[in-house]
Design a protein around this ligand. Structure first.
Ligand code: ZN
Length: 330
């Protein structure tokens, strides 16, 4: 840290990813036309960078350098953001160890929205993620904020599952959706980080093309764990252990991760069964005799369960897996 403090708090500001330029330009156009709404809902699959997009947009709106539509990284606002204490910026997400956004967190937001921005003529920005982590009370509290004229506040809701939000919340936001990005672009991006092209391709395939999910798989050594789960599953297919024993084992793991493994594998199997081609995963090929319809029914159940768990439901993991595996092996 320099003695003059000239470089203190100067950090690279958040920028949108290269595959988000369309959405970035759309917002730029709204801003230029002075038609930026008070609430936006950014939705799309988990693991494609929506949160960073929201942060980048929020930072660019708070930046005092008006010459560009991206945060400059040098002005007082940018320095406060980098230091994590900008008075006109709030980020709301479940508190540590929790899966839900608390109603108190949203109530505090109301007083924030009620104040004027610290910077004269400036805006206040709120990034709330993921929006589906609000229960009905929290969502209703947020609705109050959305119903009252928000003045100089812009609220950015990030959601992986917008259908789970109250319709009244959705209808008060401008909705902007993000799809799974172009695979060439994200392969390049991932390669810059990891190198090995074959590994990057495999990670992207495993993560259904979602770049940040693929990177997380790499960072957390997920591929080898998923392979371990596959081997255990193989044990059941070959009669070396029962579905109940596998359920016991899976219950000892992180439920969201095991459900992700199951869903990603299952969804790929479904794709391949629907296309009439063999599943490239020899373990899962054992389920290829199932009809696409059966797979859809089972995978829907798993998806619902995952959503429930993500919202903070406390279900008995062993029973969850027992039921799912017994259905699957029925
Ligand atoms: Zn700036």
């Amino acid at each position: 840290m320099s003695e003059t403090g000239a470089n203190e708090g100067v950090a690279q500001p958040a920028t949108a990813f290269s595959w988000q330029m369309n959405q970035w330009q759309q917002l730029g156009a709204l801003l230029e036309a002075k038609r930026l709404p008070h609430a936006l809902l950014l939705s799309g699959p988990q693991g494609i960078g929506k949160l960073r997009f929201a942060q980048a947009f929020a930072h660019s709106l708070l930046c005092q350098d008006a010459s560009t539509f991206a945060a400059c990284g040098h002005c007082q606002s940018c320095r406060l953001l980098a230091a994590g204490n900008h008075p006109d910026y709030r980020e709301i997400s479940p508190e540590e160890g929790k899966r839900q956004i608390g109603v108190d967190q949203v109530r505090q937001l109301q007083s924030f929205v009620g104040q004027h921005a610290h910077r004269e003529g400036g805006r206040k920005l709120v990034v709330l993620h993921p929006a589906e982590a609000m229960n009905i009370n929290t969502a209703n509290a947020l609705l109050k904020t959305l119903e009252e004229p928000a003045g100089d506040t812009v609220l950015l809701l990030v959601s992986h599952a917008p259908s789970q939000l109250l319709a009244t919340i959705r209808s008060r936001c401008l909705q902007m959706s993000f799809g799974v990005p172009d695979q060439k672009v994200v392969l390049n991006w991932l390669q810059n980080y990891i190198g090995d092209e074959a590994l990057c391709s495999r990670l992207l395939t495993e993560a259904s093309g979602r770049p940040l999910a693929a990177k997380a798989l790499f960072d957390q050594d997920g591929l080898s764990r998923w392979q371990g789960f596959d081997e255990q599953l193989q044990g059941v297919i070959q009669g070396r252990q029962s579905p109940v024993q596998l359920a016991e084992l899976l219950a000892g793991e992180d439920i969201l991760e095991t459900l992700d493994w199951w869903l990603q594998r299952g969804l790929r199997l479904l794709k391949q069964v629907s296309a009439g081609v063999d599943c490239e995963n020899p373990v899962w090929q054992a389920f290829a005799k199932r009809s696409a319809h059966q797979l859809v029914v089972e995978l829907d159940k798993a998806q619902l369960l995952r959503a429930k768990m993500q919202r903070g439901a406390t279900l008995n993991k062993r029973l969850v897996w027992e039921e799912m595996l017994l259905n699957w092996f029925a």
